[in-house]
Design a protein around this ligand. Structure first.
Ligand code: PEP
Length: 263
């Protein structure tokens, strides 16, 4: 099986719970756009603002080629679920949704079963889904990263099929590398992303699995991005903290475009 999927690399900007006001959010998206639109033919860029900024950010992104996504969704489409946002509500505004981010698993108790239901719900509405997986520091230290990540991938994709492959992305984000400045050793990232590709192949078939993109996430910045996006099984990156600085994020997009342009 070739390690390269047919799609473009994806660079995703997860703003998390930032910025706290709309003016800063609009400044940030305009700054990112000024550079990202120049690479739209080689890199798919998607921005994931907090829910309250989605509509205003979507207006800035019109006809830019840069995509929009939400940081989470619920698994039901409507009903008595106070505080939740359904994929049906997002589908006309967004192209993407992130599910299973480690901060939600950690602070909100999201389980593999919930992540699987969110993944299926997002896909059923026509959204692209970025499903996050990754081991804790204790797993990494104990040498059990492979078992943990395998179990998360298998559980999260439980109801996925080959038909979902082009809209499915798996972000490998070692939890100990998120927001810590301790990015993973590229060799470790490479081996884990290769494992993920193999498991996806076993689940939905090797041909379909080639279309599923795999991202690295965890303290990616302008200085280290090349060491990840040049890895054979890596189809881009999920960027948190560094996506709040337009110039830094733009550099990440530019490096990704250059690396993939040379492949
Ligand atoms: C993330 O939020 O998914 C992430 C990888 O964050 P950071 O880049 O800040 O580590």
């Amino acid at each position: 099986m070739s390690s390269r999927p047919p799609g473009m690399p994806l660079v995703a900007a997860n703003w998390k719970m930032n910025p706290t006001n709309i003016d800063d959010a609009l400044d940030l998206v305009r700054g990112i756009l000024s550079v990202a639109r120049g690479h739209a033919d080689r890199v798919e860029v998607s921005i994931f603002p907090p829910f309250p900024w989605l509509l205003a950010v979507s207006e800035v992104l019109v006809e830019s080629g840069v995509k929009l996504g939400a940081q989470d969704c619920f698994w039901e489409m409507s009903g008595a679920y106070t505080g939740e946002v359904s994929p049906a509500m997002l589908k006309d505004l967004c192209q993407w949704v992130i599910v299973g981010h480690s901060e939600r698993r950690l602070y909100l108790g999201e389980t593999d079963d919930m992540v699987a239901k969110k993944t299926a719900a997002g896909l059923s509405c026509g959204l692209g889904v970025i499903m996050c997986v990754g081991e804790l520091a204790d797993h990494y230290d104990a040498g059990t990263s492979d078992q943990v990540v395998s179990a998360q991938v298998k559980a999260g994709l439980a109801s996925c099929s080959a038909d979902d492959s082009a809209r499915l992305v798996i972000a490998y984000e070692p939890v100990w590398a998120i927001g810590t400045g301790k990015s993973a050793d590229p060799e470790h990232a490479y081996k884990t992303m290769r494992l993920i590709r193999r498991i996806v192949g076993e689940m939905i078939g090797a041909g379909a699995a080639r279309k599923v993109r795999i991202l690295y996430g965890g303290s990616v910045n302008a200085a280290n991005v090349q060491s990840y996006v040049e890895l054979p099984y890596c189809d881009g990156c999920l960027v948190g903290g560094a996506s709040l600085d337009a110039a830094e994020f733009a550099h990440i997009v530019k490096v990704t475009a250059e690396v993939y342009g040379h492949r």
